[in-house]
Design a protein around this ligand. Structure first.
Ligand SMILES: Cc1cc2nc3c(=O)[nH]c(=O)nc-3n(C[C@H](O)[C@H](O)[C@H](O)COP(=O)(O)OP(=O)(O)OC[C@H]3O[C@@H](n4cnc5c(N)ncnc54)[C@H](O)[C@@H]3O)c2cc1C
Length: 386
């Protein structure tokens, strides 16, 4: 039986582990974090991510846990509803806490698959790769693998060692604050609003809590950089409508995350070399403006599992993975960059007001149709081998 070693137990790495096990692989996931943190943020899981979860066999448990969003409501900064776009029934989206999605993915794996506190410090590529990792007790282990998956995020060690020519992450020019709170009023729709150089979103989660994000161009942050994450985020939404002002300052300060946004510029190199593949943010970290980074990582995981079984010629199967994934994820990454330019990055108050007016005049269906090309995706049929 073949051993697949996955570096990184983020959403992408865990989903790949679930899918690969289903194809008959023995799987080890190496994760440097000593434990999965229960704090964190939410994310929007869209129709394509749900289809990928179906393909790897965990769609039913996810769907039983989440609640589909009824609509996406676009508001002005003051709270006026510009348009309420109902979610198409055949392309559902939902808000989910990251910790919930992690749990649902790890529940689908035997206990001994994920090794926490295992920091990968070296990798050897080619058709017989090896991974060296350091455990929490200070011991070092080298593991030969038949398949190595670099799912170790935007600052991937696997990429930097085995793709030395690849450019590293570049700044998006914006910073995001995120938090989860129990809002005073239940939220049914996801809500988005913009101010100059600023985007604010509220997303209802599976348990009635609200996930919020505030994303701001770096030139507008100014002196608010000096406070803690909670104070900064609260200052940035001063003057926003009540739902936002309730959510952001009302969040437990220790649970507010601040992230300087980075992404990878798409390059020409295939995402597979020998028996090594890159997946998720390690391959295609993108700005969050379409809420697609994790959804694309889930697509990667489903396609990887569909194309490579332990008896296959792994390098040939991984070339097929690259052929099926790189053009699609690259298109989505480019669309995310464009969405930032016409959304959060619009800096003048006059241009923001004009855009608000245009959105208010747009037919509701047009806005959800615009996302259709991104979220309508045919998941691969998974050969059943385990
Ligand atoms: C503000 C913001 C909002 C977002 N909103 C959304 C959204 O709504 N929807 C969406 O789909 N996406 C969203 N994203 C993107 C999404 O978070 C990422 O694309 C996704 O989490 C990437 O998952 P991953 O598994 O590829 O990488 P990661 O989540 O980065 O996981 C990588 C893992 O590898 C581990 N690791 C790294 N190096 C090593 C090593 N040397 N040894 C061992 N382990 C290692 C890390 O500890 C980590 O656990 C958002 C991102 C941001 C910043």
């Amino acid at each position: 039986m073949g051993l697949a070693v996955v570096v990184g137990a983020g959403i992408g790495g865990l989903a790949a582990a679930v899918g690969l096990r289903r194809r008959g692989w023995d799987v080890v996931v190496l994760e440097r974090a000593p434990q999965f943190a229960p704090v964190g943020a939410g994310l929007t899981l869209m129709a394509n991510g749900l289809a990928a979860l179906d393909a790897i066999g965990v769609g039913a448990s996810v769907r039983a846990t989440v609640r589909p969003l009824e609509a996406m409501t676009f508001r002005s900064r003051g709270g006026r509803v510009l348009v309420r776009a109902a979610m198409p029934a055949d392309a559902p989206s939902c808000g989910v806490h990251r910790a919930t999605l992690h749990r649902l993915l790890t529940d689908a794996l035997p206990d001994d698959v994920v090794r926490l506190g295992a920091e990968v410090t070296g990798v050897v590529g080619g058709s017989s790769p090896e991974v060296t990792y350091c455990s929490a007790d200070g011991s070092t282990t080298t593991l030969p693998a038949n398949l190595l998956v670099g799912a170790d995020g935007v600052r991937s060690l696997v990429r930097s060692v085995l793709w030395p020519e690849a450019r590293g992450p570049v700044a998006v020019g914006s910073t995001a604050w995120r938090g989860v709170t129990r809002g005073p009023t239940p939220l049914r729709d996801a809500e988005v609003s913009w101010g100059p150089g600023t985007e604010v979103g509220l997303v209802p989660l599976e348990d009635g809590r609200v996930y919020w994000y505030v994303s701001v161009t770096d030139d507008r942050i100014g002196s608010s950089r000096q406070g803690g994450a909670h104070a900064d985020a609260s200052a940035l939404v001063d003057g926003w409508y009540a739902g936002v002002v309730d959510a952001v300052p009302g969040t437990d300060p220790v649970a507010v995350l601040r992230t300087e946004l980075v992404h990878l510029r798409p390059g020409p190199a295939p995402w597979a070399r020998g028996a090594v593949a890159l997946l998720g943010d390690a391959a295609h970290a993108m700005p969050p403006y379409l809420g697609q980074g994790a959804n694309q990582a889930l697509e990667d995981a489903a396609v990887l599992a569909a194309v490579v079984a332990p008896d296959d010629d792994v390098p040939t199967a991984l070339a097929e993975y690259d052929r099926r994934r790189r053009p699609r994820a690259t298109r989505v990454a480019r669309a995310a960059v464009r969405a930032g330019r016409t959304g959060q990055m619009v800096r003048s108050a006059a241009a923001v007001a004009l855009r608000d007016r245009a959105i208010a005049l747009a037919p509701a269906g047009m806005l959800t149709r615009a996302m259709g090309g991104v979220v309508r995706w045919h998941a691969p049929v998974m050969p059943e081998t385990r």
